[in-house]
Design a protein around this ligand. Structure first.
Ligand code: SAH
Length: 358
């Protein structure tokens, strides 16, 4: 079991035989006063501050920003993790001050979806619960509002068991205090993870990356389909809806000439009409494909007319469907474009290793 830094802080205070309220003071300093270094926590005794710094380093946040790209409503931050790996986090800001964050759950990804840039990196390792939540803590400490969070960055969240510890931290009212309804998990269909989410976090929004209604084609595009076939995932999703009564989002990337034909639309319609009483709780998001030059097979996005025809087949038959607009594709910050081994990342990793050598 990996303990989170919050649990370790509590333990450290008990080990030092200090009163419990010292822990409350640290948490208050972080989450109410937005204090980002232990040194500046003026209510703490010097000995405690020193021990905290020795144990956790000077900053309360273990993710260090190494590079940032900005474009209109999207900022993409490259974070350096304590072991020299990098991940990317995207901050989207909307009119009226609403902010949403697209966060990563794994360094790289081992599932090899044919159209996704992150998949070309391979799986390096799972992120820890601290690393996952520190992507948000970094922004929170810098005055951002965490209005909505989606696990749509790098990696497959439901393949990382640390995700559940991260969700506990994010929804803990004494820590981030986020409502489950502000969090969305996107998955390629890891069935045991879906079941666990149904039981432990029923109010969290669930999105399923579907991308083809045909088992054979889905297995080609997304090899995970061989382990967790579409029809079994759909059963797990029905069960999720039955238990939670919540809407379920189906993501469908529109790949020109690959999965955008009327036959695909009809097969998708058929798949959803077979859900019985749960059909109306499925919502399809059609997503234009975002170009990436990282994948070995090249795809292009379907054109607007094709997307509209596809949409009309679903909509005309009572399926809830929308075409999702995306920000950030010009800085490779949109879905499926996060890759993080650009020159910035290499430079950050080099300087990290240099620092550690000294
Ligand atoms: N592994 C999870 C979480 C990542 S979310 C999942 O796949 O669901 C990233 C979303 O972007 C997924 O819906 C994914 O299928 C989609 N995606 C991947 N590559 C894309 C691309 N090049 N263009 C648009 N969407 C893409």
């Amino acid at each position: 079991m990996n303990y989170s830094k919050y649990e370790r802080m509590k333990q450290l205070i008990a080990d030092m035989k200090l009163p419990d309220y010292r822990y409350e003071q640290i948490i208050k300093a972080i989450f109410l006063q937005h204090i980002s270094t232990f040194e500046r926590m003026s209510t703490l005794p010097i000995k405690l501050k020193e021990t905290l710094i020795d144990t956790f380093g000077p900053s309360v946040c273990c993710t260090v920003p190494a590079a940032c790209q900005t474009s209109g409503q999207a900022d993409k931050i490259l974070f350096l993790l304590p072991d020299g790996n990098c991940v990317e986090t995207v901050n989207l800001h909307y009119k009226k001050g609403w902010e949403s964050f697209c966060i990563s759950s794994q360094c790289g990804c081992g599932f090899n979806c044919q159209f996704c840039a992150t998949g070309t990196l391979g799986q390096k390792r799972n992120m820890t619960a601290d690393e996952i939540t520190d992507q948000l803590l970094y922004f929170y400490l810098n005055g951002h509002k965490l209005n909505s969070i989606s696990f749509m960055g790098m990696g497959e969240p439901l393949a990382n068991p640390n995700l559940f510890d991260a969700l506990n931290i994010l929804t803990d009212s004494s820590l981030f205090g986020l409502s489950q309804r502000r969090i969305t998990i996107s998955t390629i269909g890891i069935i045991p993870g879906i079941r666990r989410l149904t039981n432990e976090f029923p109010q969290i929004n669930l999105a399923f990356s579907l991308h083809s209604p045909f088992e054979k084609q889905r297995s080609e595009l997304m090899p995970v389909n061989r382990s967790f076939p579409l029809h079994e995932v759909m059963d797990a999703l029905d069960n999720h809806i039955q238990h939670t009564g919540r809407r379920l989002f189906l993501a469908y990337i529109m790949l020109n000439g690959v999965n955008d034909s009327p036959d695909h639309a009809k097969a998708l319609l058929n798949l959803l009409q077979n859900r019985g009483p749960w059909t109306h709780l499925y919502h399809v998001d059609l997503i234009p494909y975002n170009a990436t030059d990282k994948t070995s097979r090249t795809f292009t996005s379907s054109d607007k007319g094709t997307m509209k025809r596809f949409r009309d087949i679903l909509h005309g038959n009572g399926i809830s469907v929308a075409t999702r607009t995306q920000f950030g594709s010009d800085i490779s910050a949109a879905c499926g474009q996060l890759h993080g081994v650009e020159k910035d990342c290499i430079a950050a990793v080099e300087s990290f290793h240099k620092k550690n050598e000294v």
